[in-house]
Design a protein around this ligand. Structure first.
Ligand code: EPZ
Length: 431
């Protein structure tokens, strides 16, 4: 089990470069199954989840090769084998191969992804959309199957602007007979990036980034080259870490348009933020001011930065109210933050953070990717040694987090340790 050991507090200082967006790379890798030909995908981040998605699409017939900071994907025929359960359970985004499989082969069958630490994560909106497009959908033996000789266009209204459902239905629609209209569609930048990729394959997609996406099916799609957009969540994580440690950091390879909600909140908290063409520079001259926060679908404040934000607010000069409107169980990091001395009260989807004047280091456990990021941010702010255990969660979404933080002056190291608690108990026992 790996853990990240941080000796804080340290004001972060310097330059850091954000990688390609995980949540754009994953649907785009799935979408490569739609094209007969070769796609050169650049700025694909080196992350666990990307490696998992590569395994899934290879199992379905894609041939992959590495290239300079990217992946070359060649697809001729696609098979409709069921992706292995352990891969789907490991990464829920595997569900995104359903749309391409249904469009290319007329059959998509995957193990039900099940829930995860942050919520039940149902896929009912995905399945309802496939059904509207003419697929027969059935659930049996822990698997979900959708079948259709050929999908037809449909008018689909999403009960919730689900990112994954919007992506899956876009991918199903590009080879369907006729026009599909997706209303109340998700508007995230990653949706727009997927649409840009689909258009480069020869698809007919309009309206991505707005609540109404129109797709007219075409006969076949060809290969193309694409550069994945920068990761706004990774960039936001570093900006929040700089804010929480009263640092001075520039984050490069950023699309400022994608960071508006985060930059607005940082400024509310007292940070001085300059926005450049492709970078954001943050200086935090003093103690964080408290603020109230509600997470929302884009362009609202992203739920994926709620945990790092909560970490920063634990040292604010007053109380803050954080409301998580997207997922039903995304406060797992709060109880771990309290082990560091944070004062947090929770009631359902609302957490009240009473700012304190310092945190102290302790051993904490990451329950999921972004909770782990929040705990790392808190460790950078805490006095003494903080160990963030189960650091493998972080590998899913952050490329070399410890290394990038060290370059910003943090005293942080990643330790691969088979039996963390035995080693720690031994040391405590000997004290
Ligand atoms: C994507 O997940 C992201 N993952 C998540 O990032 C992100 O937190 C989320 O969007 C919200 O922005 C990827 O893009 C790979 P949703 P997704 O469908 O598509 C409910 C990270 O840390 N819902 O927009 O699963 C659902 O339960 C990850 O990088 C249904 O009820 O999110 C949730 O409450 C975590 N039925 C809400 O919608 C459905 O059929 C938002 O889910 C689908 C979703």
């Amino acid at each position: 089990m790996a853990f990240i050991r941080i000796n804080g507090p340290t004001p972060l200082s310097g330059q850091v470069v954000a990688g390609g967006a995980k949540n754009a790379a994953l649907p785009i890798l799935a979408a490569s199954l739609l094209a007969r030909g070769t796609c050169h995908l650049s700025s694909v981040p080196r992350l666990e989840d990307v490696a998992t998605m590569c395994q899934v699409i290879e199992g379905l017939g894609a041939r992959l090769a590495g290239m300079e900071r990217g992946i070359k994907v060649t697809v001729d025929d696609v098979n409709d084998r069921v992706p292995p359960e352990e891969l789907v359970r490991k990464m829920r985004a595997s569900v995104l191969v359903m749309g391409p499989l249904l469009a290319r082969t007329g059959r998509a069958r995957i193990p039900l992804p099940g829930g995860c630490a942050i919520g039940a994560r149902p896929i009912d909106l995905h399945l309802k959309g496939f059904h509207a497009m003419g697929a027969q959908v059935s659930l049996a033996d822990g698997e979900v199957e959708a079948r259709a000789a050929r999908l037809h266009g449909a008018s689909i209204y999403l009960d919730y602007p689900s990112v994954g459902a919007t992506e899956n239905l876009m991918m199903a629609a590009v080879l369907a007979e006729g026009e599909t209209v997706i209303e109340d569609a998700a508007k995230e930048p990653e949706i727009v990036d997927l649409a840009t990729f689909l258009l480069s394959l020869g698809a007919d997609v309009h309206g991505a980034g707005t609540p109404v996406i129109r797709i007219r099916g075409v006969g076949e799609l060809h290969g193309a080259d694409h550069t994945v957009i920068p990761d706004r969540i990774e960039a936001g994580t570093y900006l929040l870490a700089a804010c929480g440690t009263q640092g001075d950091v520039s984050v490069h390879n950023v699309v400022p348009e994608h960071m508006k909600a985060v930059v607005a909140k940082l400024r509310e908290m007292g940070a001085e933020v300059q926005v450049g063409e492709r970078s954001v520079h943050l200086v935090m001259p003093g103690r964080v001011r408290p603020t109230d926060l509600k997470t929302f679908p884009y362009p609202g404040f992203p739920t994926d930065l709620q945990a790092p934000m909560m970490a920063v607010l634990t040292l604010a000069a007053g109380s803050s109210v954080v409301t998580e409107t997207v997922f039903e169980n995304r406060f797992m990091h709060a109880s771990e933050l309290m082990r560091l001395g944070a004062r947090i009260r929770m009631d359902g989807r609302v957490a009240i953070i009473e700012g304190t004047d310092h945190l102290w280091g302790a051993s904490v456990r990451a329950t999921d990717l972004r909770a782990g990021a929040g705990l790392v941010v808190a460790g950078l702010m805490a006095h003494g040694v903080t160990d963030v255990c189960d650091a493998h969660h972080l590998d899913r979404g952050y490329d070399d987090l410890a290394g990038k933080l060290r370059k910003l002056g943090a005293h942080v190291v990643r330790v691969e340790d088979d039996d963390y608690f035995a080693e720690r108990w031994e040391r405590i026992h000997l004290r």
